[in-house]
Design a protein around this ligand. Sequence first.
Ligand code: GLA
Length: 391
Amino acid sequence: MTGFPSAFGAEPEGVWAAPGRVNLIGEHTDYNEGLVLPIALSQTVRAAARRRDDGRIRLRSAQQDSRVVDLTAGDLRPGGITGWAAYPAGVVWALVEAGHLVGGADLHFDSDVPAGAGLSSSAALECATAAVYNDLYDLGLTPEGLASIAHRAENAFVGVPCGVMDQTASACSAAGTALLLDTRSMARRHVPFDPTAHGLDLLVLDTRVRHDLTDGAYAELRAGCEHAAELLGLRALRDLTTDDITTDITTTGDPAVDGRRSVLSRLPAALQPLVRHVVTENERVIEAVAILEEGVLPRLGPILTAGHASLRDDLRISCPETDLAVATAVEAGALGARMTGGGFGGSVIALVPAHRTAAVTEAVTAAFRAARHRAPFAFTAATSAGAHRIR
Ligand code: GLA
């Protein structure tokens, strides 16, 4: 972190890191009070930082122009800052709003989390900032406390109506595990996830199709799900099971079973696939956790592919590039693949026998070339811990 002294003329007091994430399964379930199963990546946002006693916050990022963004803690207002600095500024605002006594700081960020790739670079930026402030100002926040401040920053300051998955993954994950999070109760469980031990790789293919979550499509999906829950008289779509969306045509003689009609029939046609996605996706998380806990990882493959079909056909948030990456990866030997993250582009994950990883990467790259798409960026995911101080 050589950038700190050259930007701010002094040594930092410490350096903190917060990871990006990929979600194994459980997409667009978090704002429906459902289940998610992300892992934290070894790619992180690092923040070198030093306290200031004049209330100023000076922000600089190695990935942005060399300009220092200069702010004052007490002057921060939601919507008042745009661009990358809104994320760290939002965290300071959320801390002040929550009643924490915080002052200024100089922060220099450096990141190897690809931005806009559906890998939660913004959550990592928020959680790194929250971890800095937690230590510099002795706030005593737990990992879930950091996640909640980061999430508040994104919802209320940046203005993205996202769920809690990304910030929780970035703050609360543990290496060698996936994080099962129940977004209703916020109960968490670290589930063993070690593809290498099974001769597998979790390959990440960034399609380099960028989609900004602030542009409205995400908010529209969320509103559709919430409207469906309201029409059904439910607190959230989480309250439905696959039984509720199945029409039973058997005649067993039991009136409780015979002639059962799917609740989908009570909804406008446009909302039905959203509900179907959320219900089946929650079930896929439960199945995936059972597979991880039984140690039969190859069986995760078909669940990933089924999850992608649901994103493509029911939520309709895939795009030609993600569909091509998934189909080609599976044809070339992946056990399963799906788009991960908010959708409309971003990254695909593929569970691949390690000896096929190079072949799968080459096949997807060749298919992209043939289709005249930009070359994808591929790497093998390694799990890591949530936000913490590294120096
Ligand atoms: C984005 C949001 C998350 C979640 C995913 C979809 O990453 O930030 O809260 O809703 O999309 O699963």
